[in-house]
Write a protein that binds this ligand. Structure first.
Ligand code: ADP
Ligand code: ZN
Length: 715
């Protein structure tokens, strides 16, 4: 049987596991019921797809949304994995086709909506099948404590009870410890089978900009991502429509998505987006759950998000492929009142919770420290780096704070004189000398602090107020909203302590480079068109053919053989068979028509994780022979040779003497090959092979090519 690593490479074309994937897969293969909590884009699907391919029987995947199932099926089919689905939207014909595929054992994965699952005929079908593994996707829907509770999900444990020998795995991106405990008890998962990945998404650049001229700001932002996909979230449908029109006028290929559109139109717009026919979706929060597109390069919050949970979920849709993505929020104090208005429509208990959440969100928005600290702290995930190098505050530190002690004293004494009985709005009104009825009624116009704070606008006072709260000078009564002064606050009032702060939120003008880096941009665009053509023929979204990262690596490393193509991210055996030829031809044509120098690789692939070829080169340099390395890594010797070739192509030095020794290559042979490489170059081996009258076989030629190139770059 193949190991998980081999399946990862051969089927999916990836070189290493991410975060907790390996542990989760191992635990499942040991027949333990398991829960995996991973952020969006963390790679949950592989956690059940790899075990599914290792089990002999059928894997049942329970999934709440038809669009999610469709997306998974598209991806699996492009990988050559037999998978099907059962749900209410299926035609009779497709339904019976799927049923017979389950019966004859040809399906590896069966996706099923919960409501379909509990039909007697489905249960009978499963009884007849060789069910060996159950995966519950979006498992937080099981829990009443979760934000997406679905009663029919709770019955999933009945299915697990019907098949007591079948291992199951629950997967979710959002599970508080309460929800996790709930899922674990329902699905019989022991505490040592709970795996939680770190919540941080290091590839997301986070920044918050003051909202000044938002439509124009949006256009400028989008222009940083030509031809690339992005989502813009707005607060209201009207805003969505308005902004979409504005963008269309400005030549941006955008569509709207909100609950006011017909199902058909919504689906159509989503599909256009999935298939790269449009680049931007302008949406309310209604958009997102059903979309798995991995190459979304930006998420823009045009308006303030509802709370940190939804913000985190929405930005999480960017950069699932692990490449850099940009998440920007426009922030104005005016937006806060819109949210307050909605909160005030709620019941008293809900109101309290919502206000607390709003406060947490604003703390994040106004934070001057690394954005990841308050964000991850909210999810009880501690962030221990001081500088993430990937948020506005870390990249351009905000200006130093100023002394606002006098203003704090004005504010605090106003609170004191009003006997700590009122909320922030009234206090600010009094300070600014408002003539409102409320001020008159409460007698605020008769106290000595009336009108002494007209030097600041309302929103400036609000900013100062929140900082006073976060610095512990004041507490807000959770129930009534009245302000209470703390001991620290008394000290400031008595001039025993200072208060430093700022009144304008940090004005980051930092702009990140547009998107990730490419190798040869022109070739990349050509490969992109080829991908689109194939996708149209196959009736699938382009990213299921190959993700962007694959095309980028192709245009960077310019593979010209099947072997070297196989080393590219996302190229497994099936895709090699199906698309390898097409892409190799495209690359070769391009090389023939353009003078491209194979330059040392730029940093696009240089994440801190060591890649397979880098590892091979390192171990080889440390003294391991090619054959020992091949054994150790369970790959063919020719793969290691390819690794070393890629290494020298990037301009890195290599001990070629050891290589020549291992393959018994004599000096004479080197002398024979050298002029042939000078004459024909190294891009294709065939002319060299023919030049030597077929006397040197390809394997040896590949070694000689490494030697030749390494010599050349070292001299
Ligand atoms: P999630 O369901 O957790 O949001 P997915 O399973 O959709 O995430 O994975 C996100 C993207 O990352 C997909 O395009 C997937 O193919 C890719 N991916 C997952 N695991 C790996 C890995 N180990 N190496 C490279 N890419 C991976
Ligand atoms: Zn940071």
């Amino acid at each position: 049987m193949n190991s998980p690593e081999q399946i990862l490479k051969n089927i999916f074309g990836y070189s290493s596991f991410r975060s907790i994937q390996k542990e989760v897969i191992t635990n499942v293969l040991n027949k333990n019921n398991t829960i995996a909590v991973m952020p969006t884009g963390g790679g949950k699907s592989l956690c059940y797809q790899i075990p599914a391919l290792m089990h002999n029987g059928l894997t049942l995947v329970i999934s709440p949304l038809i669009s999610l199932m469709k997306d998974q099926l598209d991806q699996l089919h492009e990988l050559g994995i037999p998978a099907g689905m059962l749900n209410s939207a299926l035609s009779d014909e497709l339904y019976s086709e799927t049923v017979s595929e389950v019966k004859d054992g040809s399906l590896k994965l069966l996706y099923c909506a919960p409501e379909t699952l509990f039909q007697q005929r489905t249960i009978n079908l499963l009884r007849e099948s060789s069910l060996s593994f159950i995966a519950v996707d979006e498992a937080h829907c099981i829990s009443e404590w979760g934000h997406d509770f679905r009663p029919e999900y709770r019955r999933i444990c009945e299915i697990c009870n019907l098949f007591p020998n079948v291992t199951c795995i629950a997967l979710t991106a959002t599970a508080t410890s309460q929800v996790r405990a709930d899922i674990s008890s329902l699905l019989n998962i022991s505490s040592d089978s709970e795996f939680v990945a770190p919540f941080d998404r290091p590839n997301l650049f986070l920044d918050i900009l003051p909202k000044v001229d938002p439509k124009q700001q949006a256009v400028e932002f989008i222009s940083l991502f030509p031809e690339q996909a992005g989502i813009i979230y707005c607060f209201s449908r009207r805003q969505v429509e308005d902004l979409t029109k504005y963008l269309l006028k400005g030549g941006v290929n955008a569509r709207a998505y909100h609950a006011g559109l017909s199902d058909k139109l919504r689906e159509e717009n989503q599909e256009l987006f999935r298939r790269d026919d449009i680049t931007v979706i302008v949406a309310t929060i209604a958009f997102g759950m059903g979309i798995n597109k991995p190459d979304i390069r930006f998420v823009l919050h045009f308006d303030l998000p509802q709370n940190i949970e939804s913000y985190y979920q929405q930005i999480g849709r960017a950069g699932r492929d692990g490449l850099p993505a940009h998440c920007r929020t426009f922030f104005s104090h005016g937006d806060i009142s819109k949210i307050q208005f909605f909160i005030n429509q709620k019941s008293d208990t809900e109101k309290k919770i919502s206000y607390n959440k709003l406060n947490d969100l604003l703390t994040y928005m106004e934070s001057r420290e690394c954005r990841r600290i308050p964000l991850l702290h909210y999810f009880s995930d501690n962030y221990d780096k001081q500088n993430c190098e990937n948020c506005d505050n870390c990249v351009t530190p905000p200006p130093p704070e100023n002394d606002y002690t006098v203003d704090a004293q004005k504010f605090l004494s106003c609170v004191m004189r009003m006997e700590q009985r009122y909320g922030v709005t009234l206090i600010i009104d009094i300070l600014r000398g408002s003539k409102s009825a409320k001020v008159q009624q409460t007698g605020g116009n008769n106290i000595s602090t009336y009108g002494i704070g007209s030097n600041h606008s309302k929103s400036e006072w609000m900013t100062l107020f929140r900082q006073m709260c976060s610095k512990g000078l004041l507490n807000v009564d959770r129930e009534f909203g009245s302000l209470k002064i703390t001991a620290a606050g008394i000290k400031v009032m008595k001039k025993e302590a200072d208060f430093y702060g700022y009144i304008t939120p940090a004005t980051s003008t930092y702009r990140k480079k547009a998107g990730p880096e490419y190798g040869d941009r022109k070739l990349f665009e050509q490969l992109r068109s080829l991908r689109k053509k194939i996708a149209i023929e196959d009736g699938v979204p382009p990213y299921t053919v190959f993700p962007d990262k694959t095309l980028m690596e192709m245009s960077l490393f310019l593979p010209q053989t099947r072997d070297s193509l196989l080393m590219i991210h996302g190229v497994g055996l099936n895709k090699l068979e199906r698309f390898g030829e097409l892409f190799l031809n495209e690359i070769n044509d391009y090389l023939n028509n353009n003078s491209v120098t194979l330059s040392p690789a730029t940093s696009s692939s240089a994440n801190d994780k060591e890649r397979a070829y880098q590892r091979s080169a390192r171990l080889f340099t440390e003294g391991l022979s090619v054959s020992a390395l091949a054994d150790q890594e369970s790959v063919k010797a020719s793969t290691i040779i390819d690794h070393l070739y890629r290494w020298v192509l990037e301009g890195n030095p290599l001990n070629t003497e050891a290589l020549l020794d291992e393959f018994n290559i004599s000096d004479e042979l080197c002398l024979t090959a050298h002029p042939l490489f000078v004459k024909h170059g190294i891009k294709a081996l065939k002319p060299v092979f023919e030049g030597a009258d077929g006397a040197i076989d390809y394997e040896i030629l590949k070694v000689l090519r490494i030697w030749y190139h390494a010599e050349k770059i070292q001299t």
